[in-house]
Every structure is written in structure tokens, then in C-alpha cells.
Design a binder for this molecule. Structure first.
Ligand SMILES: CC(C)(COP(=O)(O)OP(=O)(O)OC[C@H]1O[C@@H](n2cnc3c(N)ncnc32)[C@H](O)[C@@H]1OP(=O)(O)O)[C@@H](O)C(=O)NCCC(=O)NCCS
Length: 210
């Protein structure tokens, strides 16, 4: 069973996570040619990246079916933000070498990200965290990963470029082990708060902002 978790959050966002266990050709055969175009396939040369790409479209297809949405494929806007063709539903996706995950909501802007806590984030934390955020957290890899993933998810939620992570994206202080935190998008005329849900799966941190 490829979908290892499906859930709906209090704010109405639906999530599905797919574990990648299938082989390349098996996955490709599961996607009709109007959903997986030759141009899309040609744009991804690495076989592992193709597998992640196939699974990301399949998890979206799975979630759309589960929510009663007619899945006609994914298109991208001028900033690269994906959207579901033929519907106003909002969506976001993330892929790793082991899992892909997607979220959807009928109207709410949202973003998702999945990462493994690594030492690298400790080295670059000044680039993506504000002085206040740095002061409020210890050098704990899981917590740093939550800050990073929350900001990547907020970036995807906003969907446009020229975002300065340590100025425009904020995460309120939180205790280790919590499953919901608060994020804030502060850019141009926008000042909005968002719930950020956290899942811990097989050593990965997955966050959903919306
Ligand atoms: C685009 C970005 C968010 C993708 O994140 P990632 O961890 O590399 O990869 P993920 O698998 O989690 O997400 C990839 C998906 O993000 C989505 N995405 C890409 N651009 C997007 C945008 N502008 N808005 C919303 N979603 C976007 C796509 O659906 C993509 O998958 P696809 O190519 O298969 O359609 C990331 O590469 C990026 O550009 N981050 C901002 C970089 C930055 O400014 N960093 C400064 C930190 S100091």
C-alpha cells in the first residue's frame, strides 16, 4: 500500500504521504500520457528524479480522487507555483528519495515541505533564521529542520520569488516535540499568520503551512 498516511487537519487541509516502493517503469505506466507529457519527462534526465516526479503526480492524483476532484494534471504559474488544472483547489507538493507528499484545500493558500534533519542546517542557520529565532532555539537539528521546513512551506504557500527567509518568513518559538506551531508571512503589503503542522516520519520532518 503506497499511501502511508492520509489525514485532514482542523483547518480543512488534506494531506497524503506516499512511500516510494515501486520501480520506475511500473510508476510511469500508472500515469496516463495526458497527465505525464513527453515534454515533462524529457525535462528530467536523472532516473531517481523521474521516480520522485512520477510519485509526486501519483500522490496528487490519489488525493484528488479521495476528495472527489477530477484530476486533469498539474500546471505551473509564471513563478513556478503548481496548480491543479481545471479546478480552484489549492495544492502543494514535496518529494524526497523515499517519500512524496501533497496537500490540498478548496480555497486556502498552503505549502508543504519534507526534509531530514542534518548538520548542514546548523552551518547555514544564520541565512534563514532571524536573530530572535536564533536566540529562542538551541542548536538542536530537529528544531532547526522545523524552522527550515516551515519557511520552505511558507515560501511555497506565498509562491513568488524574492523572499528573504530571515526577514519575510517568521516562526514563533516552540517546545521540542510539539505538533503545531505558528508561522508568519511578512512581505510587501502582506502580514498573515498561519498554522504549521508537523509530522515526524521515518527520520524525516514534514511540515504543512496553511
Ligand atoms: C522551490 C523550492 C521551495 C523547492 O523546495 P525543495 O526542498 O528543493 O523541493 P521539494 O521537493 O520540497 O519541492 C519541489 C516542489 O516545489 C514546488 N514549487 C516549485 N516552485 C514553487 C513556487 N514558486 N511556489 C510554490 N511551489 C513551488 C513544485 O511543485 C516542486 O515540485 P515539481 O517540480 O515536481 O512540481 C526550493 O528549491 C527553493 O527555491 N527555495 C527557496 C530558496 C531560497 O530562497 N532560499 C534562501 C534561504 S536562505
Amino acid at each position: 500500500m503506497p499511501v502511508i498516511l492520509e489525514k485532514k487537519y482542523e483547518n480543512g487541509i488534506s494531506l497524503a504521504i506516499w512511500q516510494i516502493t515501486e520501480q520506475h517503469d511500473e510508476l510511469q505506466a500508472m500515469l496516463p500520457s495526458e497527465i505525464l507529457t513527453d515534454a515533462e519527462l524529457a525535462s528530467i534526465s536523472h532516473p531517481q528524479k523521474q521516480i520522485e516526479f512520477f510519485c509526486s503526480r501519483l500522490v496528487i492524483k490519489y488525493l484528488a480522487n479521495s476528495l472527489g476532484i477530477n484530476y486533469l494534471g498539474i500546471k505551473k504559474d509564471e513563478h513556478g507555483k503548481p496548480y491543479l488544472a481545471g479546478t480552484d483547489w489549492q495544492m502543494s507538493l514535496t518529494h524526497t528519495s523515499n517519500y512524496v507528499a501533497a496537500v490540498m484545500h478548496p480555497s486556502r493558500s498552503l505549502g508543504i515541505d519534507m526534509e531530514k534533519p542534518t548538520e548542514k542546517l546548523s552551518r547555514i542557520k544564520h541565512k534563514f533564521m532571524s536573530e530572535a529565532e536564533l536566540a529562542s532555539t538551541e542548536n538542536d537539528f530537529e528544531n532547526l529542520c522545523i524552522y527550515w521546513s516551515a519557511k520552505e512551506a511558507l515560501y511555497k504557500l506565498y509562491g513568488k520569488r524574492k523572499v528573504i527567509f530571515n526577514e519575510n518568513l517568521h516562526v514563533s518559538p516552540f517546545e521540542k516535540g510539539v505538533s503545531c506551531i505558528q508561522g508568519r508571512l511578512l512581505i510587501n503589503e502582506i502580514d498573515k499568520n498561519y498554522d504549521i503542522y508537523i509530522e515526524r516520519i521515518d527520520g524525516y520532518i514534514l511540515v504543512v503551512a496553511g
